[in-house]
Write a protein that binds this ligand. Structure first.
Ligand code: ADP
Ligand code: MG
Length: 679
């Protein structure tokens, strides 16, 4: 008896050669096979009469064969088989090309169900080429059913896949192991696994299909949620250092501003975690400029107050330096020794820093994430803070925590993401949301313009610079490509230099430059020795140049909304009124409407909800770096309400019950591509 992990090769009707093709679709085990769900369905349940067959649309009809199939060779490698069929409303010529063995199975006088598409030809009148058929007395395999349509690969037909999957279902026997506990299944009105898998592939009717889908979507989210619950409970088993002294008084007194309510809440959440005796694992989520750094500072201060070291990791050297400046200014006066550690530091300085860290003479270490991977020895590291780590998934974070001996972990993300997606990515973390901006913040005025505004915008750029500010110009590409309408950073920077922005100090930065060169230009811009920075999206993450007051985004329609919002967040970081200008020559009303969302709101959460709706989760971050598992049937945007139900169900169930082995193996299966994170 095969189990769900049996290789597909041993399933009846598959074999070695076909197994290789199936592997290309990611199908390796019996379970993979039966959960290769249709991407669409064709309704072949209706049987029409010949007289009412539509032209150009595949349909089923029942007819009797009038003339026996006659094959002739038209030319080399080209067979033609013809026969005539009829019902009580009319008759029809069928033709088969290069398929005589199939066609010659038709027997005169017998009745068949055909499936095909009628064509109308001036010379030959109505006829039908290459219909599928099966005897009226047989059970419907390709007719009289709702036909699944599968994702295919070269060399594999839909029918072969239909057969393989039905072989797979047969091999599973009467009872498919059900990973949903009975109590949950009943509570949410879900059908049995066997029924669901059967009917998703071979639906009895529309209702059965809907029931199957409902159950399978729930199942997938349930397995996912159970996995996250496991991660979370594993984590809460982690004993973290319990901090006794949780007072923030001296810290708050020294702050140059009064924290917002949302900042206070986030600080209090973090403090409570660190005083609980369990290891903190918290995400602080807040829009750009919402003031996350001070929350990190508060946490580091508390660690210091309890005699422990903290480490703060930033994704780039520039950001690390920036944080180092801000944090040392704030914390050194309170006695917190702060050191910087980056890859590009001179070896002497580095050695010195490493020594301070090892001896416990530095309380807060700020650096890139080489910080944890390099041979850095801490004396007593108890808190790890990761900034702008929205590109990290569940697995990477698990790896991160494993580096220390159960340090408290605080993750800060500036990408406001929709609730569903946050649940997916950070479902194993506790979350604090900073949904309030520091007082006095202005909205960034945002405009969508086309080429007709080019001169005026160029004049506006000059005006900003004349007033002592700086300007970003973002292009979608580095080098010029086929489409000359798409601005390429390299060429455009030159063009501006020699033309409209002649005389200004223009810098160029893009992803194809060496790290050190990139840093050099970014630094020049942030020190104010450049007026204009022409760039690709490399400036997206975290750079803080408060003097920049205008960002111009070329071919804005090439970017996702969340990405545009992130880009826009590069300005409006100081006191000056700031602007974002999006160029687009798109004409589609849809595209323009999408971009206008940005003109109408500065609220990152609203924007991200729109983005998820429009582009789906896969594209949300521009690429698959998010560490989310791939779902086979559930759709994050469409089925989000089911995710909430499933999560609740999983939490409740797992509180009182051990994880059944079927569920466990499904969880491992789902998270597989993230590496084994359940050990
Ligand atoms: P982000 O959330 O993008 O990391 P930062 O922590 O860099 O934001 O804060 C952005 C700016 O706002 C900083 O210059 C910071 O000093 C300032 N800031 C943060 N909180 C407040 C506040 N409560 N009142 C006034 N200014 C604040
Ligand atoms: Mg920040």
């Amino acid at each position: 008896m095969p189990d769900l992990n049996t290789s597909v090769q041993y399933i009846k009707g598959v074999g070695e050669a076909r197994a290789k093709l199936l592997a290309k679709l990611g199908i390796r085990t019996l379970f993979d096979l039966i959960s290769h769900f249709p991407r669409a369905y064709e309704d072949r349940t209706k049987i029409l009469k010949i007289a009412s067959l539509p032209v150009g649309q595949s349909v089923c009809f029942e007819a009797v064969v009038m003339t026996s199939p006659r094959s002739s060779r038209i030319r080399a490698n080209f067979d033609l088989t013809k026969c005539r069929v009829a019902d009580d409303t009319g008759s029809l010529n069928l033709t088969f090309f290069n398929n005589r063995h199939y066609a010659e199975k038709l027997k005169v006088g017998e009745s068949y169900i055909f499936y095909g598409s009628l064509t109308e030809d001036e010379r030959y009148g109505h006829q039908m080429a290459n219909p599928l058929f099966e005897s009226s007395n047989s059970e419907g395999v390709v007719t009289r059913r709702i036909m699944p349509v599968y994702r295919l690969t070269a060399g594999l037909t839909n029918n072969q896949l239909v057969k393989a999957i039905s072989g797979g279902l047969a091999a599973c026997g009467d009872i498919l192991p059900d990973c949903l506990p009975d109590s949950i299944r009943r509570q949410y009105g879900l059908c049995h696994a066997r029924y669901a898998y059967e009917n998703i592939h071979n639906p009895k009717d529309e209702k059965a299909l809907a029931d199957a889908r409902k159950r399978l979507i729930f199942e997938e989210f349930f397995v996912f949620s159970a996995g996250l619950t496991m991660l979370r409970s594993k984590r809460t088993d982690n004993h973290g250092r319990r901090f006794e002294n949780l007072s923030l008084d001296t810290f708050l007194d020294a702050l140059p501003f009064v924290p917002t309510g949302a900042q206070r809440r986030a600080m209090d959440d973090a403090l409570a975690d660190m005083g609980s005796g369990k290891a903190m694992s918290r995400l602080v989520q807040g829009d750009v400029g919402s003031g996350k750094t001070v929350v990190a500072a508060a946490a580091a201060f508390v660690a210091f107050q309890n005699g422990c070291q903290s480490a703060l990791m930033a994704p780039t050297e520039i950001l690390a330096e920036q944080h180092y400046r801000t944090l040392s200014e704030l914390l050194e006066p309170l006695g917190v020794k702060t050191v910087l550690l980056t890859g590009s530091m001179k070896s002497g300085a580095k050695k010195n820093a490493l020594e301070l860290i090892a001896l416990g003479m530095s309380d807060l270490v700020v650096g890139t994430h080489a910080l944890i991977s390099e041979a850095v020895q801490f004396k007593n590291l108890a808190l790890v803070i990761a900034d702008e780590q929205h590109r990290f998934g569940v697995a990477q974070r698990a790896a991160l925590s494993a580096k220390g001996s159960q340090p408290h972990v605080l993750v800060m993300s500036a990408t406001p993401i929709p609730r569903t997606l946050a649940l997916m990515m950070y479902g194993d973390l506790d979350v604090s949301i900073i949904d309030e901006r520091p007082p006095g913040r202005q909205e960034i005025d945002t405009f969508l313009v086309n080429e007709s505004m080019r001169q005026r915008i160029n004049a506006f750029i000059r005006k900003q610079i004349d007033e002592g500010h700086q300007v970003y110009i973002v292009c979608p590409m580095v080098e010029e490509g086929e489409d000359e309408n798409i601005k390429a950073a390299e060429a455009y920077a030159k063009q501006l230099e020699n033309g409209p922005l002649n005389g200004l100090r223009i810098g160029l930065v893009h992803g194809k430059m060496k790290g050190a060169d990139k840093e050099y230009v970014m630094r020049a811009f942030s020190e104010g020795s450049l007026d204009v920075l022409v760039s690709t999206t490399v400036i997206e993450v975290g750079v803080d140049v408060p003097n920049a007051s205008l960002i111009v985004i070329e071919n804005a329609d090439r970017f996702g909304l969340s990405q545009l919002h992130q880009l826009r967040g590069r300005v409006g970081r100081g006191q000056h009124k700031s602007y974002c200008v999006m160029f687009s020559s798109a004409e589609k009303a849809e595209t323009l409407a999408r971009l206008k969302v940005l003109c109408s709101t500065n609220d990152g959460f609203k924007i991200s909800e729109e983005d998820l709706k429009l582009r789906g989760p896969g594209d949300f971050f521009g690429s698959r770096q998010h560490g989310l598992p791939e779902f086979r049937i559930a759709d994050l945007a469409e089925d989000s309400h089911v995710l909430y139900q499933a999560r609740e169900a999983a939490d409740r169930y797992m509180k009182d019950n051990p994880i059944p082995p079927v569920l466990m193996s499904r969880i491992q299966n789902l998270f597989e591509e993230n590496g084994n994170i359940f050990n």
